[in-house]
Design a protein around this ligand. Structure first.
Ligand code: HEC
Length: 181
């Protein structure tokens, strides 16, 4: 082995050392420059947030909240909302039944009491009066309130809108029912 060959080997070893230590130093430099809050390399992790988002599920419906809004509710806005009902209901005194029964005097009227209207068995098996509270529950979600009833209407989900509608329905009477206290 001559000096030239020893040089070649030494050179190769040095080069290898340079790669090993050099890359470590380069990593250290990057590491220091970024000053991570936690030691180690941050890996891209998709965080699963447990904090409630703005789209948190709505609180369960409570008819009492609608009743509390009745005092401030707006019957004109309610009349406007009633356009969604006109397709199936008449609101006037002595008005005909359509797809749904006439709604004159509906507040505090017995359930299923419009003369000549063919109510579903589901509704007929649900005795009692249409109080403000019962109307709020039914009009919020007809399907859930009286399962199997045949009013094909999704319901009004906004409490203030429901209150507006109820004070309008209240006016469909010669002697409007007193507002709940
Ligand atoms: C697609 C037609 C349709 C629409 C829209 C509709 N209803 Fe009805 N509604 C019916 C039918 C049909 C019934 C009878 C349900 C049964 O017998 O099961 C009914 C029943 C009712 C009853 C019970 C009446 C009673 O005499 O017991 C009320 C109160 C009522 N609807 C209010 C409303 C209001 C208020 C709206 C609008 C926000 C509305 N409905 C929208 C079809 C409709």
């Amino acid at each position: 082995m001559d000096a030239f060959e020893i040089n070649k080997i030494a050179g190769a070893v040095l080069a290898a050392l340079l790669v090993i230590f050099g890359s470590k130093t380069a990593l250290d430099l990057v590491y220091k420059e970024h000053k991570p809050a936690k030691p180690g390399w941050a890996l891209p992790v998709t965080e699963v947030s447990t904090a409630p988002t703005s789209a948190a599920p709505a609180a369960p419906f409570n008819a009492k909240e609608v009743l509390a809004l009745l005092a401030k509710a707006n019957a004109d806005a309610g009349q406007d909302l009633f356009k969604r009902c006109l397709q199936c209901h008449t609101p006037d005194k002595g008005g005909p039944n359509r797809v749904g029964p006439n709604l004159w005097g509906i507040v505090d009227r017995a359930r299923g009491a419009a003369p000549g209207f063919p109510y579903s068995d589901a509704l007929k098996k649900h005795p009692g009066k249409w109080t403000f509270e019962e109307l709020a529950k039914y009009l919020h979600d007809p399907k859930t309130d009286i399962p199997g009833n045949k009013m094909a209407f999704a319901g009004i989900k906004d409490n203030a809108e429901l209150a507006d509608l109820l004070v309008y329905l209240r006016k469909l009477s010669d002697t409007p029912a007193p507002l709940p206290q």
